[in-house]
Design a binder for this molecule. Structure first.
Ligand code: SAM
Length: 311
């Protein structure tokens, strides 16, 4: 983890109280902490930094393999989804460039929540001082960090059954790895103090969370009260696998969030709601076509509907 990030972190276990974390470095390579600990002096929780990766999710995940986003095949699918265009694959989309194109350059910190293997975070590296990709999947964060450090990444793309072939992606020169970091953390309990982010993105995440409203509240907490931007995009594939129906922010006939998720989230952001303030101005609504590859003859085409907002 880059040293410059340490001063921006708070204890996610103590939220809504915000306490700084105390950094102990056991080994470092230049500006990168390889081994160390971030400790909260209030609750005594220790968050390790191992092999350069900061673990800031207050829930210890004992059985990582139970999470589909930790599986090698799924990592490969997402690497293709994020970087397929770098392979010159004609099936690839330019979804992440479209999403990044919606963001104005800005000073300060950009957060990419549920950022997976990092494409949007890299895209933001040319538009801000520091872009941080945050995800609960260690396998995704490992892949993103390796790409950040090495500038190239080899992985196997599945063809069919047990058949696959190796591909190599190379980081484009305009991306700035010194302005990028990736950490393991929970998008519903962010390890950042209030008002520290100038932009926040939540792409294809809100329908995967157990508490979607807590995610919006966290976005609201960490984003600067003025001069900040938000991009939220999602296919709104609400499911009981991810969250109880009463937690969904849309996709229901009745109840507090009846109707469509995008409309409800736009209304929540616009008017401020249950402590969400100051309100946001929705500046654009549209969709981006996004694709995930399972194997050479199987792709998922996803209509990800977005809101761009500012305040
Ligand atoms: C459908 S993927 C979308 C990934 C990426 N934003 C994109 O558009 O390609 C959902 C991502 O959210 C991550 N995720 C799920 N729950 C999370 C949580 N509570 N906090 C942070 N990330 C989470 C998953 O590991 C996965 O990377």
């Amino acid at each position: 983890m880059k040293k410059l990030l340490a001063g921006k972190l708070i204890c996610p276990a103590c939220l809504p109280q915000e306490y700084a974390l105390h950094l102990e470095i056991r080994s470092a390579e230049a500006e990168d902490i390889v081994d160390g600990t971030l400790t909260c002096r209030q609750c005594d929780r220790c968050f390790p930094i191992r092999q350069g990766i900061a673990f800031l999710d207050p829930d210890q995940q004992e059985d990582r393999q139970a999470n589909r986003y930790e599986q090698e095949e799924v990592v490969s699918s997402y690497l293709w989804s994020h970087y397929g265009d770098l392979l010159g694959d004609e099936q690839a989309t330019d979804a992440y460039r479209q999403w990044a194109g919606l963001m104005e350059p800005h000073a300060g910190l950009a957060l990419d929540l549920g950022g997976a293997v990092g494409r949007f975070t890299f895209e933001m590296s040319g538009k801000c001082d520091l872009a941080v990709g945050i995800d609960r999947s260690l396998a995704f964060i490992k892949a993103a960090r390796r790409f950040m450090q090495k500038g190239e990444l080899r992985f196997t793309l599945k063809d069919e059954g047990l058949l696959g072939h190796e591909v190599v992606i190379r980081r484009p020169a305009q991306w700035q790895p010194e302005r990028v970091e990736f950490i393991v953390a929970d998008a519903q309990r962010l390890p950042f103090a209030a008002h520290t982010a100038t932009s926040v993105a939540s792409l294809n995440l809100v329908d995967k969370l157990s508490k979607p409203y807590a995610h919006l509240a966290e976005i609201n907490r960490v984003a600067a009260p003025s001069g900040s931007q938000l991009l939220l995009s999602d296919p709104f594939s609400w499911s009981t696998e991810a969250a109880e129906i009463d937690q969904w922010l849309g996709g229901k006939e009745d109840g507090p969030y009846a109707g469509k998720g995008l409309d409800n989230i736009a209304a929540i952001l616009r008017h401020g709601h249950e402590g969400l303030s100051p309100g946001w101005q929705v500046t654009r609504r549209d969709h981006v076509w996004w694709k995930i590859r399972t194997h050479s003859n199987h792709y998922e085409l996803i209509r990800s509907c977005f809101i761009k907002a500012a305040r």
